[in-house]
Design a protein around this ligand. Structure first.
Ligand code: NAD
Length: 323
């Protein structure tokens, strides 16, 4: 499988690390920064492409890890070239662009996946299954939390320009919005407050309340303003039980001996959630089955993110677009 990777930044590197574990993958790479591509290709045993068209010609499958405002253009180019494509989240910056990608893929009969990786994190995948199994009875309330320091590392500091990244609600909270929608069904309304949604730039903190068709209420905290580092957490309460998770207190294997203390998670390299999402997409393409997390699922997550953003900007509750 020849994978054509667009983008050699943070996520391009995370994806390349996963492809390096896959003996059947040959990696081809393009980025607008040629000096970065050369170093990247030597690190990840990949082949550089001279431009985007050359990359599309060399690839069986395309993986887009460009900044979010570039997703729609490049996804549509890849689809027009007939290549199955997986796009990093958020699928695009708004519902219109997200649906352009989804509809282009449908018309062309090209598989389209969205890398909503949180569904592949073991705690989130397990909690989803536990809720669906009925163990908690009727779910009534959920809380999620995600965030840490602002991502100031992106090329051109593009994350801090909310017109390019969607800000903390479209870029970061989207992970939890997607997991909540996947687990509890459609969202009727969102109400959000944030520190900088109106300003449209810089680090932001947001708190969103989501009301679901089922009556469940969730609140979702997302922050780029926590200097103590990245942390995720959730709690789900139902009529028969509850689940709680916190990335800082999750038991991992701690070994203490005369030579010091070691904390490690007893998982194999192929249990990495990023490995699981990319492997599942490639396997679906090979098998001719639908991508496990479709472009439409990605678009529905964008609809929640932009509704929350609109709410934070206007101070009013917003009903998300139903796609
Ligand atoms: N799933 C996750 O956990 C996760 C985490 C971080 C980022 N992301 C997503 O991955 C995508 C890429 O984010 P990243 O952190 O890798 O960003 P990054 O800035 O680290 O990398 C972006 C890459 O795109 C290239 N690029 C091409 N056109 C560009 C342009 N016009 N402006 C700036 N850079 C351009 C840059 O040279 C760079 O190599 C985004 O959509 C982001 O939301 C997902």
């Amino acid at each position: 499988m020849r994978v054509g990777l667009l983008g050699t930044g943070w996520m391009g590197t995370v994806h390349a690390r996963q492809y390096a574990k896959m003996p059947d993958v040959e990696l081809h790479v393009f980025d607008r920064r040629p000096e970065r591509v050369a170093a990247f290709c030597s690190e990840w045993n990949a082949t550089p492409a001279s431009d985007c068209d050359a990359l599309l010609a060399a690839a069986d499958v395309v993986d887009i890890c460009y900044p979010t405002d570039r997703h729609a253009d490049y996804a549509i180019r890849a689809i027009a070239a007939g290549k199955p494509v997986i796009v990093e989240k958020p699928l695009a910056l708004d519902v219109a662009d997200s649906m352009k990608i989804v509809e282009a893929a449908d018309r062309a009969g090209v598989p389209l996946g969205c890398a909503m990786v949180v569904r592949c994190f073991p705690e989130y995948a397990a909690a989803h299954q536990l809720v669906l199994s009925g163990l908690l009875g009727r779910p009534a309330a959920a809380r999620t939390r995600r965030g840490g320091k602002a991502p100031l590392t992106g090329a051109d500091n593009w994350f801090m320009d909310h017109r390019r990244s969607g800000g903390v609600l479209v870029d970061l909270a989207i992970h939890d919005f997607d997991w909540l929608r996947w687990t509890f069904g459609e969202v009727a309304q969102l109400y959000s407050r944030s520190v900088r949604a109106e300003a449209g730039e810089g680090p932001d903190y947001a708190l969103t309340t989501l009301t679901f068709d089922s009556g469940l209420v969730a609140h979702c905290e997302s922050t780029w303003m926590d200097p103590s580092g990245f942390r995720t957490a959730f709690e789900v309460c139902g009529s028969e039980g509850m689940i709680e998770y916190d990335s800082r207190t999750t038991p991992s294997l701690r070994t203490h001996s005369a030579s010091g203390s070691v904390a490690e998670s007893p998982v194999a390299a192929t249990d990495d959630p990023y490995y699981l999402e990319l492997r599942a997409f490639l396997d679906a393409v090979s098998a001719g089955t639908p991508p496990p997390i479709s472009g439409l699922e990605g678009a529905k997550a964008v609809a929640l993110g932009v509704a929350a953003l609109e709410s934070a900007r206007t101070g009013q509750p917003v009903k998300p677009a139903r796609l």
